[in-house]
Design a protein around this ligand. Structure first.
Ligand SMILES: [Zn+2]
Length: 234
């Protein structure tokens, strides 16, 4: 990989989650700190655990980039409440609207938070791989809503499956304000629809679940152990 710096969305911080609750605005009340990665890029490291009633389905590492044209969110989390929390964190840093979202792949803990983004910013454009869009439209979207709601014992109730508006694939560069977002896709890896998002000017790469703690590939969604290793070695 040519980029000099890597930001793994799955190199989780281990966070003890006790007594998480939802605030009046719908966001998770527990305060997950925002980590500044570069002058314009921030990440919120989620707990390294499965979805539970206590964590509201929050188990990924949402991130956001503040560009001159607005905010870009990468993986807004596993439900409406998580997405609301991400928005709350963004608003504490900038008044700029969210103008785009990149979903790194079709697992619900990464994209179910799209719902909160769209409710707040209906014009925001959600990007994902063509295989992700197709899978969600073929029923994976609704399946994930049910899975996460069941595992959180109803705490994500009301979350609607909102998938990508537009598809992006390997080599495409999306320019938003003063930042370029280069998309990388290496075939079947963690899933068959992973996209890695390179913020060109900042030399930061969001790898989604292609890089995970003690795990490779996934049996669902077209994942491949060999392909996952090959993608990491690119
Ligand atoms: Zn995943």
């Amino acid at each position: 990989m040519r980029t000099a710096r890597f930001l793994s969305l799955t190199l989780f911080c281990l966070v003890a989650v006790v007594g998480v609750s939802v605030a009046a605005d719908g966001a998770i009340k527990k305060d997950y700190p925002v980590t500044k990665i570069t002058e314009r890029i921030y990440a919120i490291y989620g707990p390294y655990e499965l979805p539970t009633k206590q964590n509201y389905g929050f188990r990924n590492n949402p991130a956001f980039v503040v560009t001159s044209a607005g905010v870009i969110v990468i993986d807004p989390g596993g439900g409406k409440n998580v997405g609301e929390m991400v928005l709350k964190k963004i608003r504490a840093i900038t008044d700029k609207p969210v103008v785009a979202v990149f979903d790194t792949h079709s697992h619900g803990d990464h994209w179910l938070g799209n719902d909160a983004i769209k409710r707040a910013y209906p014009k925001a454009v959600i990007y994902g791989h063509p295989n992700m869009k197709a899978a969600l439209e073929a029923g994976e979207g609704e399946r994930w809503v049910k899975v996460v709601n069941r595992e959180t014992q109803g705490e994500t109730a009301g979350t609607v499956a909102v998938g990508p508006d537009k598809t992006v694939n390997h080599g495409e560069v999306i320019t938003i304000g003063d930042r370029q977002f280069r998309v990388h896709h290496y075939g079947s890896a963690h899933t068959d629809n992973d996209i890695l998002i390179e913020v060109v000017e900042d030399k930061v790469l969001f790898v989604g679940d292609v890089v995970r703690v003690k795990a490779l590939g996934m049996p669902d969604q077209g994942g491949s152990y060999k392909g996952n290793i090959a993608a990491i070695c690119r």
